[in-house]
Design a protein around this ligand. Structure first.
Ligand SMILES: C[S@@+](CC[C@H](N)C(=O)[O-])C[C@H]1O[C@@H](n2cnc3c(N)ncnc32)[C@H](O)[C@@H]1O
Length: 361
């Protein structure tokens, strides 16, 4: 079996790793962070500069955003990498069929503004590197974001912006946290309760981005994928219902005070059997006059104003143990309640409590 075939199989095994972000979605989210980007070094560390729309977005808007530097690194085993080998000396790379290759990096410090309007419509890598202030070089290794050379680039950067491989999401967050880097990334909504991410959200060091995450997102997928939602500009597009943006940067919607109208009554708000809190099935039903602990759907994290509500923990797993949630009828530390004499567990919950100094609720 040839290496390229092996790699293709590996990529197929990690299907979500090969979901490429559309420029339109990047624009919709990143337009909100303009002031955060000024004079910053942006690092797209899972991004082949020839293919990544993150790279394209920052190259297009380099002057408009006032960036100091843009760095992008490719991952050698990516199935789309090495389509433009003419930019490299042949002997520095391996044959595309073997796929045993190095990654490469591009560093942009100047994008000439031909129209003098703050923007450039030339994102062509070949054009960008004709400028001596921009360099395209081979990496020593495969471009793994955990490699020492990519870590060095991480140290040099201010904000990491990418859609990382979902199979390595936990390690990706750990790496960012270890280096205290700001980030804007795409993740799965389930990842919000991961042990690597949830504490950051709880401490108000991370939050969901601007794009409403209940609508799902569309991604470009490689041609060899059989299942797709539709074709767009000749590319197969898949829909992922559970994707969201996650960032360490301020997001103004999380400052909005939420207003609630329902009043607490013990019939409508069932108490858990194994924890002193009430269950709220839809966040809009949060009772305005209840000061105790409430279990709300995990999606509430997308609405959370940390000035208004304290995020206490997750209703299942190790976080539940930390909160003192007792074992339920199944012998697990998941929230449970009794309805009509039957024991049940609600769908994923986070536990919150109104901050008493908050004016609203
Ligand atoms: C979900 S895709 C997104 C690609 C691009 N960031 C985008 O948004 O279009 C994740 C990318 O990470 C690459 N990748 C997989 N493992 C990696 C690793 N260990 N280090 C860096 N990149 C990796 C994959 O090849 C793939 O191109």
């Amino acid at each position: 079996m040839g290496n390229s075939f092996k790699d293709l199989n590996k990529a197929k095994a990690n299907k979500n790793d090969e979901f490429y972000t559309r420029l339109v979605d990047i624009e919709l989210e990143l337009k909100h962070y303009k002031s955060s980007f000024k004079d910053k070094v942006i690092f797209c560390n899972c991004d082949d500069p020839f293919e990544s729309n993150f790279f394209k977005y920052f190259a297009l808007n380099f002057n408009y955003l006032g960036l100091k530097k843009l760095i992008a690194t490719s991952y050698a085993t990516s199935t789309i990498v090495y389509k433009q080998l003419s930019l490299f000396d042949e002997d520095k790379t391996t044959h595309p069929d073997t796929n045993l290759k190095q990654g490469y990096k591009i560093e942009i410090t100047e994008v000439l503004d031909l129209n003098e309007d703050g923007a450039t419509d030339l994102t062509d890598v070949e054009y960008l590197i004709k400028n001596n202030n921009n360099i395209l070089t081979m990496l020593k290794g495969d471009g793994d974001f955990r490699s020492s050379e990519c870590m060095e680039l991480l140290k040099e950067s201010d904000i990491v912006v990418t859609n990382p491989p979902f199979s390595l999401f936990r390690q990706f967050i750990e790496t960012l946290t270890a280096f205290s880097k700001d980030f804007i990334i795409i993740g799965n909504t389930n990842s919000l309760t991961y042990k690597e991410l949830f504490p950051l959200i709880k401490e108000d060091k991370a939050r969901t981005g601007y794009t409403n995450f209940n609508t799902g997102m569309f991604f470009e997928i490689p041609d060899y994928y059989d299942k797709y939602h539709h074709i767009e500009n000749g590319k197969k597009i898949a829909r992922v219902a559970s994707s969201c943006w996650i960032t360490s940067l301020p997001v103004s919607k999380h400052n909005d005070l939420l207003t609630f109208y329902k009043k607490y009554n013990p019939e409508d708000y069932i108490k858990y059997d194994n924890y002193d809190a009430i269950d709220v099935t839809v966040y809009t039903d949060i009772p305005c006059d209840y000061n105790g602990i409430m279990g709300v759907p995990i999606t509430f994290i997308d609405k959370l104003n940390p000035e208004q509500f304290e995020l206490l923990g997750v209703g299942s797993g190790d976080f539940a143990k930390e909160l003192g949630i007792k074992k339920n009828y199944r012998g697990r530390t998941d929230l449970a309640y009794t309805i009509d004499g039957k024991n049940k567990c609600p769908y994923g919950r986070v536990l919150i409590r109104k901050k008493l100094h908050s004016k609203e609720v």
